[in-house]
Design a protein around this ligand. Structure first.
Ligand code: GNR
Ligand code: NI
Length: 174
């Protein structure tokens, strides 16, 4: 297993919609394991494949607490098939936007159909932090970031700051 470098704002790849996974094979399972290791190392509670530069519709999440048993999910080709009527607000962060946090309102519960790491069809009904995290990750598959759910003023400030940081690191043409 390998910890992969994270793609950071304002890398334009984060804005690309990811492509559906066509076959669930050993290569894909290896990538899922790398994503989990990268997520746990960060540490984070979710990761989309695009955040390690792979534009495919796969995400991992584990919202278990430090003192609990790990509960990793590998979620391939997710489709949100239902959302609850209630909303919840969580302070969100993103491994691609380090050290920035903001409150985001989303449906409090979601039902998601997806393929698991064996390629078997599954349905997940989530609420609480898991519901928020899964929605945050599915946004990544569509090129959407949590800062797209905050005010334009705040979003523009964050993008400006990270563009400046990237220029200092010399890792972007922007
Ligand atoms: O580690 C993460 N924490 C988090 C907190 C609140 C809502 C969503 C998240 S996901 C984030 C990891 C990440 O960037 N996933 O794409
Ligand atoms: Ni994120």
């Amino acid at each position: 297993m390998t910890i992969k470098p994270l793609v950071l704002l304002p890398d334009p790849i984060l804005r690309e919609p990811s492509k559906a996974v066509e076959r669930v094979d050993d290569d894909l399972r290896r990538l899922a394991d790398d994503m989990l290791e990268t997520m746990y190392d960060a540490p984070g509670i979710g990761l989309a494949a695009i955040q390690i530069g792979e534009p495919i519709r796969m995400l991992v999440v584990d919202v278990s607490k430090d003192d609990e048993e790990k509960s990793p999910f590998v979620v391939i080709n997710p489709e949100i098939v239902a959302t609850g009527d209630d909303v919840s607000i969580y302070e969100e962060g993103c491994l691609s936007i380090p050290d920035y946090y903001a409150e985001v309102e989303r449906p409090a519960s979601v039902t998601v159909n997806y393929l698991d790491r064996d390629g078997a069809q599954q349905t997940l009904s989530a609420d609480g932090m898991l519901a928020t995290c899964v929605q945050h990750e599915i946004d990544h598959l569509n090129g959407v970031l949590f800062i797209d759910h905050i005010s334009k003023l705040k979003r523009d400030m964050v993008i400006k700051k990270f563009t400046k940081l990237a220029r200092q690191r010399g890792t972007t043409r922007l």
